[in-house]
Ligand binder design. Structure first.
Ligand code: NI
Length: 309
């Protein structure tokens, strides 16, 4: 939310000249009046309509039971990015038997994970969040710590709307060229930024440019517990080929268990998402977060048996 002192008419312009402050006062007063009259209207509309003689027709048994307020309940502390999919209450617990790196996951069912890298971006990410919310789709955002520090409110919204957050380093350097201490530093600074902004711990990482040596992937898994998440569908959206090309590349590349790469940093990519998401939904794909996809991992024999049954 914006700082109230930043809103026009509340503070700074009043000192500039009298006319300005009068105008602002009128604007404020009118806004206040509208808010006040709206609340008065909504109250007065409800009250007189209720007792229109209907009360006598309602059997006493159907009246709501009065209960005492629950004073003991407290909202539990957030421990990790808990994906909240109302329609898909699927496990996201993948810690048993997680591999070191993935570009796709063998699953039974038409599940895919949409991933968006390099945000949060102050305009494009909220626009994308609107599109995802309208379709009840949960995605995974591989965020840059430095951008999280700049736009923490955007990250908080993504978390609040049930999306998963993944580590994409603090400054987006090519990790395969860095020493171990710099790799640790890049990952832990991003983790700290995300914890500070939204109170969640990330569970997977994606290396910038996909560049991470096998030895480094094992180090990251051992020290941070992050599987390295690459992708199986790359629309090359960062080259800005136009929204329709991005949409058709993703739709033609998607397979069950796919991890789809895109970048919410680019407005063209976000422009491509309504057609992309609707196209995949029409093909019968269901969207899960990366952790959920990893938790569904099955073996070839089981997948084969379930496909044939
Ligand atoms: Ni990136």
């Amino acid at each position: 939310m914006a700082d109230p002192s930043q809103q026009p008419g509340i503070t700074d312009s009043a000192s500039q000249d009298g006319r300005d402050s009068t105008l602002n006062l009128q604007r404020m007063t009118r806004r206040g009046f509208i808010a006040l009259s709206a609340s008065v209207t909504s109250c007065s509309m409800v009250a007189p309509k209720k007792p229109q003689g209907n009360a006598a027709n309602v059997p006493p048994s159907s009246a709501p039971v009065r209960t005492a307020a629950n004073q003991d309940y407290r909202t539990p502390a957030v421990k990790g990015p808990v994906p909240r999919n109302p329609d898909l209450s699927l496990s996201s617990e993948f810690s048993k038997g997680a591999g070191v790196s993935y570009s796709r996951v063998l699953v039974s069912g038409n599940f895919v994970a949409m991933t968006f890298d390099d945000g949060p971006h102050p305009q494009n990410t909220p626009r994308l969040l609107d599109m995802l919310r309208a379709r009840n789709i949960k995605a995974t955002f591989y965020v840059i710590g430095r951008s999280v520090d700049l736009y923490p409110q955007v990250l908080r919204r993504a978390v609040a709307e049930g999306h998963e957050i993944g580590n994409h380093t603090h400054t987006h350097r090519l990790l395969s060229k860095l020493g171990d201490s710099e790799v640790r530093n890049e990952l832990s600074r991003c983790a700290a930024a995300v914890e500070k902004a939204a109170g969640v711990r990330m569970r997977t990482m994606r290396p910038p440019y996909g560049g991470l040596l096998q030895r480094q992937r094992e180090l990251v898994m051992n020290e941070f517990g992050y599987p390295t998440i690459l992708w199986s569908v790359d629309p090359l959206d960062w080259k800005r080929p136009g929204p329709s090309v991005v949409a058709s590349r993703i739709q033609s590349g998607a397979t069950p268990g796919a991890i789809i790469l895109a970048h919410d940093l680019h407005s063209q990519t976000v422009d491509a998402m309504p057609a992309t998401l609707d196209g995949l939904l029409r093909k019968g794909y269901k969207f899960v977060t990366v952790s959920q996809l990893l938790a569904m991992k099955t073996d070839p024999a089981t997948a084969q048996a379930q496909a044939e049954s």
